[in-house]
Design a protein around this ligand. Structure first.
Ligand code: F6P
Length: 192
């Protein structure tokens, strides 16, 4: 049966500093994750074929660099655009835009960053990616937290309210095997 793998990029320098968005490089731990990924995938897939999809951001491309499979970059897989808050920490956002911060907490799915996007916007822009995913054989998506929440929610039937809180940890590969009804899930955590 065909499999869909999801992974966030390895830890980035922005992750280390608690900043959101941006286009930062991987941290040393993030790079280590990138070196362990090929072995993990190979162990699960054997010599089956796979296509790797990344966003256009450095951290996803770098994470997939050592994977010996064909790759495709999708602009539609870029992280949720935090608009004027891009590059800030949550503490800075709370201080500078307290009302926005509260509004997001109130309705995280519909909250749209000033000059940026909401989860609802992201779900819409991911539609072509999901259509393509439905058609393809084995795929590994190396993505971002908000993006993977939306794709995961589609396959696992999460509602809009819960979607923005789905746990997609770093340095973990999620394997979904689509079945007649729903998907079977396995998670592989990489110790770094
Ligand atoms: O912190 C990493 C990150 O991918 C940010 O770039 C992004 O804004 C955030 O996670 C999305 O998570 P949340 O919607 O919970 O803020």
């Amino acid at each position: 049966p065909r499999k869909i793998y999801f992974s966030r990029h390895g830890e980035s320098m922005y992750n280390v500093h608690g900043k959101i968005g941006g286009d930062s490089e991987l941290s040393p731990r993030g790079k280590l994750y990138g070196t362990k990924l090929p072995g993990l995938i190979r162990e699960n897939l054997g010599d089956q074929s796979l296509t790797v999809w990344t966003s256009t951001m450095k951290r996803t491309i770098q994470t997939g660099e050592l994977l010996p499979y064909p790759k495709l970059t999708w602009k539609a897989l870029d992280e949720l655009d935090a608009g004027v808050c891009d590059g800030m920490t949550y503490e800075e956002i709370e201080e500078k835009f307290p009302e926005d911060f509260a509004n997001r907490d109130e309705d995280k799915f519909n909250y749209r960053y000033r000059g940026g996007e909401s989860y609802r916007d992201v779900v819409l822009r991911l539609e072509p990616v999901i259509m393509a995913l439905e058609r393809h054989e084995n795929i590994l998506i190396i993505g971002h937290q908000a993006i993977l929440r939306c794709i995961y929610a589609y396959f696992m039937n999460y509602n809009h309210e819960d979607l923005p809180y789905i746990k997609i940890p770093l340095h973990t590969v999620i394997e979904l095997t689509p079945k007649a009804y729903g998907c079977e899930e396995k998670r592989f955590k990489v110790d770094i």
